[in-house]
Design a binder for this molecule. Sequence first.
Ligand code: SAM
Length: 394
Amino acid sequence: MYDTAEQTAQDHLLHPDLDERGRQVFAKHLRQFVFGPARAAAQGAFAQRVAPALAKESPQAAGDRRRVREALLREPEYQFFSDLHRVSQELIWNSTADSVEREAPRLREQFLALRDPQGSLRLDPQLQVPEYLRRMDTHCMPGSYYTEWTADDLSNGALYDRGGFLYTPGAGPAGDGAGRTSLEFLRTHVPGYTPKRMLDLGCGTASPLLAWAREFPQTEIHGIDIGAPLLRYAHLRAEQQRVVLHLRQADAAATGYPDGHFDLVTSHIMFHETEADAIPPILAEAYRVLAPGGILLIVDLPDAGRIPDVFQQVVFDGDAFYNNEHFWMKMHDLDWPAQLQRAGLRPRASRSDSHPCRCTCPRPRSHRAAGAPAASGFSRPWRARPEESARCRT
Ligand SMILES: C[S@@+](CC[C@H](N)C(=O)[O-])C[C@H]1O[C@@H](n2cnc3c(N)ncnc32)[C@H](O)[C@@H]1O
């Protein structure tokens, strides 16, 4: 089967055989069909039937994404699209699991054979995985981020890395699109800045961190995650690429690092998988480990309000219903500037375009007088209206 986008060989550690690869490429293309022609058909039903019917009812109903979704659920084209959304996702994991099961012993052997690593890996077998992550297999990935099928297991790291590429090929051949986005955001908003010591929250298999390590070879780079199999995979991959990463198994709400230890804390597509109650403790922890003047940089999903088209908002919500992304929809409605300010951080800039889209870069905490309320920040839609562009230049 002809494949137009493939993962770079050295960036993933699985070697799917020809049959496995064929099934994986099929699953990837099925997903592209779902979010191409199948979505277009659902959009046609929206434009021809749903939107006019709701507009007759009231302008509010026509603009309310929950009402639009209710109406779409009765449309065969939307039923087909949303059903295939789920099926294609399951197929991605199932086809990848074939390679993982066959290759897991080889990866484990390579991991155990690592000698004199340049970076480090600290696992905590006593760590309590937060309940909200244990409630279901996030984005339908069997075993989610933390299940270990054997001792010293890397399986779910391999599963996430390969399956994640298949369902978001837009993240690029190295799967580091979120990392390249945060780097670009930093260059734009804090030009010339080089972090001395950084921490990535929810680093997963460290794809974003590898991009950061290439850009800033002198920076001491740390990453934490709750998932031991992902961290083992990340450690093996980093060592094989001769990249120095310090990885630790920890909850982002309790990283175990000293106060003020980092001048930069990042997070890539982690927050949409937490829960509203978990966000304040994680932001408080980020604030605690940041040195005065430090920067927090978050890449995640956009607010629903920033997606101008109500049909696209409904499509975007789909992962909450068909992909075990239970916090995804609530995250769209969260008031991020308020959340950051409550943690003592000042939102300095944010932008929103296509996935991944949220970057927030708070102002140094030393700029806030002790005890004073944080000044309101601003946020900038990517297609800014003129007055908002002007505010961005101040
Ligand atoms: C969608 S993955 C993103 C992984 C990586 N940042 C990337 O961009 O490839 C979300 C990651 O956040 C981790 N995670 C979620 N909640 C966490 C928490 N409370 N503490 C630490 N890690 C967490 C998950 O284990 C998972 O690896």
